[in-house]
Design a protein around this ligand. Structure first.
Ligand SMILES: C[S@@+](CC[C@H](N)C(=O)[O-])C[C@H]1O[C@@H](n2cnc3c(N)ncnc32)[C@H](O)[C@@H]1O
Length: 319
């Protein structure tokens, strides 16, 4: 924590942070629920003067380590939102995903967070895995909506190399069908989709800030920060980070880099894409998409109507 504190002190200076200017804080990682809440206290004391009134403070948590005592401690620190890495309420699927918790632990952790007073509760669900079928997906979503949650992040399993999943490649067509079934089942129950993976009656302000390419401090080993056209990468080597938390690699982003990110992130979310940043030929591509009803124009912005196609649409515009 001392290294984290040192880096945050440094970043507040680098960002010329003003009092009451931080609009959201996200404690993620790793697994925040394995860290005693009081260990965060010094960092919170350092940051509090910079907190804007009504700040959104999210902590991620794993159901098997998010005890009621831990949740009470994070709530007392000022956390307004908790995001549980549930993945599924089906124990066979949890085993397949190599998760340590079971469905009862997940349900109890969510109910406990509500009882303790968390206003905003989110859960992560994974889909399009080898063990998935429509019945299992339907069951997972039914259970999720029987709980006091106002947000779901839904991730289609991506197969990283050298992971156990690599032994279970799945068919793209089936994956797309299951993805649409999953997404429509959540939307049909009244959660608005505001990004390719995010749904809710509540929208995570922290993530929207990322998608708008707002400035953000990234503190901790493996975190990422952004200030205008610079991106900062603290060392991913935890031992090195503890010894030297200011070992931070800087990436200078060109106007082209920033534009590509604005196109990709804008079409993946409710943020949309400002047409002012596009060239004549790219604007021509946009009019094709408009005629095809793939995008909708509102004043000087276009918005994507099917997030699952967002990367294809972005590449078409930039091609
Ligand atoms: C992306 S973060 C969650 C961010 C949080 N939901 C939020 O709104 O900011 C971690 C989540 O990624 C998902 N995840 C982990 N490994 C994955 C994989 N191989 N493929 C797809 N999603 C994965 C899991 O659902 C995990 O809880």
């Amino acid at each position: 924590m001392a290294s984290l504190y040192q880096q945050i002190e440094f970043e507040l200076k680098r960002f010329k942070a003003k009092k009451n200017s931080i609009t959201s804080l996200f404690i993620g990682g790793g697994t925040p629920s394995t860290v005693e809440p009081q260990l965060y206290a010094k960092v919170f004391t350092l940051l509090e003067p910079y907190f804007k009134e009504g700040i959104e403070i999210t902590t991620e948590a794993n159901p098997n380590s998010a005890s009621a005592i831990w949740l009470k401690g994070m709530f007392a620190l000022g956390c307004t939102r908790v995001s549980f890495g549930v993945q599924s309420f089906n124990n066979t699927k949890l085993k397949f995903l190599g998760r340590e918790h079971n469905s009862i632990q997940a349900i109890n952790a969510i109910r406990s967070a509500k009882k303790i007073g968390f206003e905003h509760i989110s859960l992560d669900l994974m889909y399009a895995t080898k063990v998935d079928n429509k019945e299992m997906i339907e069951q997972d979503i039914q259970t999720a909506f029987s709980l006091p949650v106002d947000h779901i992040s839904a991730y289609a399993l991506t197969i990283e190399e050298n992971t156990l999943f690599e032994a279970h490649p799945d068919a793209a067509k089936e994956k797309l069908e299951l993805s649409n079934f999953f997404i429509n089942s959540i939307k049909d129950r009244g959660f608005h989709q505001y990004e390719i993976s995010n749904f809710g009656t509540y929208q995570c302000q922290h993530n929207i800030g990322y998608w708008k390419l707002n400035d953000y401090i990234g503190a901790g080993s493996g975190a990422v920060g952004m200030l205008k056209n610079k991106r900062f990468y603290p060392t991913t080597d935890i031992d090195n980070y503890i010894k030297n938390p200011l070992d931070i690699r800087i990436e200078n982003l060109s106007d082209e880099d920033l534009k590509t990110e604005k196109v990709l992130l804008g079409l993946r979310s409710k943020v949309g894409l400002n047409l002012d940043i596009l060239t004549e030929s790219e604007l021509k591509q946009v009019s094709f998409l408009e005629n095809d009803k793939k995008v909708i124009r509102k004043e000087n912005y276009i918005f994507n109507s099917d997030y699952l196609l967002s990367d294809e649409i972005a590449l078409f515009i930039l091609s």
